[in-house]
Design a protein around this ligand. Sequence first.
Ligand SMILES: Cc1cc2nc3c(=O)[nH]c(=O)nc-3n(C[C@H](O)[C@H](O)[C@H](O)COP(=O)(O)OP(=O)(O)OC[C@H]3O[C@@H](n4cnc5c(N)ncnc54)[C@H](O)[C@@H]3O)c2cc1C
Length: 388
Amino acid sequence: MKKTAEVIIIGGGISGCTIAYNLSKENVDTVLVEKGSLASGATGRSGSMIWNIWGTDPDKELAKLGLSSTRKFAELEEELGYDIEYTPSDYLTIVTPEEEEHYRKAMAITQKNLGLHIEYLKPDEIKKIAPYIDVDNNPVVGAYHLCNHRINAGANPFYTVEALITNAKRAGAKIYTDTEVTDIEVENGKIEGILTTKGKIKTHTVINAAGAWSSDVAKMAGIKIPTMPYRDEAFVTEPLMHLPYLAERGDIWWRQEKNGQIIAGEETHIIRKPEYNAAASLGPLQRPIHTIQQYIPQLGNVNILRHWGGFEDVTPDKLPIVGEVDELKGLILACGCDGFGFSFSQAHGKLITDLIVRQEKSKVMEYFNLRRFARKYREYTGRWYDWP
Ligand SMILES: Cc1cc2nc3c(=O)[nH]c(=O)nc-3n(C[C@H](O)[C@H](O)[C@H](O)COP(=O)(O)OP(=O)(O)OC[C@H]3O[C@@H](n4cnc5c(N)ncnc54)[C@H](O)[C@@H]3O)c2cc1C
């Protein structure tokens, strides 16, 4: 094991691996330490949709972050020289009468923030482009349609991580898997190194990309950060015919992989307590399955091949935490990504590399800094969803 490094990244998920690739490409002496295998955290359990926040909470800075990440993903296969099963898809969000007003507002703001044209389709127009979506027997008043923008896509998370790390290693990065970071040494308000189960490495810069464990890692350096692990679940079907559009609906998500399999799930953590429990249960499968069958009846008898659980690191405002920690020089955060960490990873890689290599603190990164949270959040021990 190396004895010193300019930068140490803790966590070998999509965030840590992307940052390792970007830093090593810039000749930064980089070490990545992962307690299990690469992608063994949320990354390998993700739906790996590369999506932009639209139709939900269109926030200007978040939209910028999402868009820059999506654009980078579109170039990644060529840049890394790897097939990561990148699959761009057009986007169709079905709207029911009670959601119409909300979505119209969201669409207007998102169009403005992303500078994209989003089309509103009437039920008859939906039938023309996606006749397999049953708009006659569902309360559908229309749909938002976004095509040819390449802002939504998917990729295989294992191949993506492997491609990034192969390239990072080629550029000189050292990767230690099955190696847990047990402590971070701090002296006189400055990071001096890390202790691991395989030895000590000296450094003045540590990047916390430990996903749902990020608050435990920050605590090693005496810093409290408001991230909590919330469980989420997903499943994958047998390969199906290619469907140009899947009818997006609310908090249920799905995408079709390159080989035709549908990977789907529902955001369930709102009903759960934070815990490191990745067990899969049948309950959360019911609603996405029912919704898929309801909107695409011909998928009624599809076989589910695999079902799994994982956890996401969730912050009080459900936005990521990126950048420096004011109270401790040398600690940099790249965590708190909720259900969007795969999507945002390429933007994080660039922001953090610009910070370390060029001392650039972009406006977007400063917007997501830890300092936005008041102490009450950083001290809180309950559930974010019970927050008074
Ligand atoms: C079911 C499910 C579906 C999802 N779907 C999507 C989706 O479609 N699109 C999307 O954008 N996002 C999705 N997400 C969220 C996404 O998976 C995460 O936001 C993202 O993978 C986080 O990546 P990460 O690198 O920050 O964390 P992780 O992948 O969790 O990596 C953190 C790593 O740190 C390691 N680690 C922790 N502590 C230590 C330590 N002390 N020492 C060494 N190593 C340590 C862990 O072992 C882990 O491998 C989904 C998540 C789940 C659970």
